[in-house]
Design a protein around this ligand. Sequence first.
Ligand SMILES: Cc1cc2nc3c(=O)[nH]c(=O)nc-3n(C[C@H](O)[C@H](O)[C@H](O)COP(=O)(O)OP(=O)(O)OC[C@H]3O[C@@H](n4cnc5c(N)ncnc54)[C@H](O)[C@@H]3O)c2cc1C
Length: 466
Amino acid sequence: MAQVSGAGLDTLSAKLSGAVLTDKDAAYDTARSVWNGAIDRRPAVIVRCATAPDVAAAIRFARDNGLEISVRGGGHNYAGHAVSDGGLMIDLSTMTAVSIDADARRAVCGGGTTWEMLDGAAQQHGLAVPGGFISHTGIAGLTLGGGIGWLTKLAGLSCDNLVRAEVVTADSHIVTASADENPDLFWALRGGGGNFGVVTTFEYRVHDVGPMANLGLFFWGLETGSEALRFAREYVKSLPRTVTGFIGVCLSAPPAPFVPEQYQGKPGHALAITGFGTDEEHAAAIAPVRATTPAPLFELVTPIPYVALQQMFNESAPWGTYGYERALYLDDISDGAIDVIATHAPRKSSPLSFAPTFGLTGAFLDVGDEDTAFGGGRAPGYVFNIAAGAPTPELYEADRQWVRDFWDGLRPHARGAGGYVNFLADADEDRVRASYGPERYARLARIKAEYDADNAFHLNVNIKPA
Ligand SMILES: Cc1cc2nc3c(=O)[nH]c(=O)nc-3n(C[C@H](O)[C@H](O)[C@H](O)COP(=O)(O)OP(=O)(O)OC[C@H]3O[C@@H](n4cnc5c(N)ncnc54)[C@H](O)[C@@H]3O)c2cc1C
C-alpha cells in the first residue's frame, strides 16, 4: 500500500475548498461506507470534494503518490467500485447543488446528487429527468451506465437526456462534453460508465411529468406464476407509451397495509403499471389485468405523486443491504425462460431478493444504436436483473449462489453473456466486452486511450485503453 505523509495531506488540504479525511477523522467511517453492506474497505485518503478544481487536485495527488483512484457518486454500485482498500476516494457526496431552468427546460446537478434531490427540485416545476426506480441512488453512476426507470419508455434512458457534462480528466483538466464540445467524450459518457473522467456537473433535458401519476400493482403467487408471466409479457407490449409495465419476478409480497395478512412475505410475481397520461387512459390500461385468469391475489390501484412513486421501492433496498446481482438481456420472456424462472424462483432465501425485469421499448428505441455508448443495443426486449438483497451475511451467501445458478440457467435463453453494465456486480473483461459488443467496445477503448491512457480510472466496469 502506498504511504502518504501527513505533510503531503496538509499540502493537499490547503488547496481544497472541501476536506481531506483519513481514519483519524470521525467522519471517515461514514464517508467510506457504500450502499452494499457486503463491502467494507478502508481507503488511505478520502477527498470530500466541493468543486471541480478540488477533484483535479485530488486526481493529481493520487497519481503523484501512486494511490488507486475510486470515485463515489451516490455509492450504489453493487461491486463497491466507489471505495478501495488503501486508495484515494474522490467523494462527491457534498456536490449536490441542483438548479432547474424551467424556461430553458434544463436541470443542472452536481456529481454527487441523488435522484431524490433531483426529483424534488424538478417536481416544483412539474418537470422530471428519467431516473431509476429507487431514488436514493446517485444520478452519476446510474446516468453514466445508461439509467433505466419508470420514464424510460416515455422519455428514454437517463443518459439519453444528458446534454452537457463538466468532466475532470485523468490529467486533471476540466473540460466540457456535449454534442459540440469533445463529442467523442460526450458519446462515451452516455453508457461507458466512469471510465473517462470524473463528472462534476450533469446537465439534463427535462420533461413535463406529474405532479400526479397513476399506479397499478398486481401480485400472483408462484403456484400460478408461469401463467401470470405469460400474460404479463404480452400485456406489457400492448401498453401505450404513456404507460410503463415493470415485472417484479420472484418478489416477496411486502408487509404493507394493502397486502392481505395471509400474503405478506409470500413469494410470487408482481406487475407494476405506472401511468403518465390521463386517468382514463390508465383505467383502460389496467382493465385487462383485472380481467385475466388466473386473477391476481391482490392489487393496489391509486393515483400517486410522482415523487412518491420514485420513492415507492426505497425501503425494499435500504442502505446497508448485502447485495449481489447479475443481469442478462432477453429478446422476450420466452416459454423456456419462464420454465427456468419456475425452477429457480422458489429457491431464494431472502425476502429482499428478486429479479426486476425492465422492458426496453418506446422512447428507448427512438435513439439510434450508434448515438450513445449504451451497451446492449437499441433492440426491443428486457433487462432481466437477478438481484440478491439480504439483511444478513448468511442470507447473502445463500442468495449470491442463487443468483449465479439462476443466471447460468437463464443464459441459454438470453441474447448473450453480456448484461446492462450498471447491473454487473462481478464482471470480468469478457463479460464487459460482451455487454458492449466488439465495435462499441473498440470505439470506447479508443476514446479511453485518448482521455485515460494509463487507466487511472479502472475501478469501474472497465474499458481497457486501446
Ligand atoms: C438499490 C439499487 C437500485 C438500483 N436501481 C436502478 C434502476 O432502477 N435503474 C438503473 O438503471 N440502475 C439501478 N441501479 C444500478 C445503479 O445504476 C448503479 O449501481 C450505479 O452505479 C449507481 O450509481 P451511484 O453514483 O449511486 O454509485 P457509485 O457507487 O457512487 O458509483 C458507481 C461508479 O460510477 C462511477 N461514478 C460515480 N460517480 C461518478 C462521477 N461523478 N463521475 C464519473 N464516474 C462516476 C464510478 O466508476 C463508480 O465506481 C440500482 C442500484 C441499487 C444498489
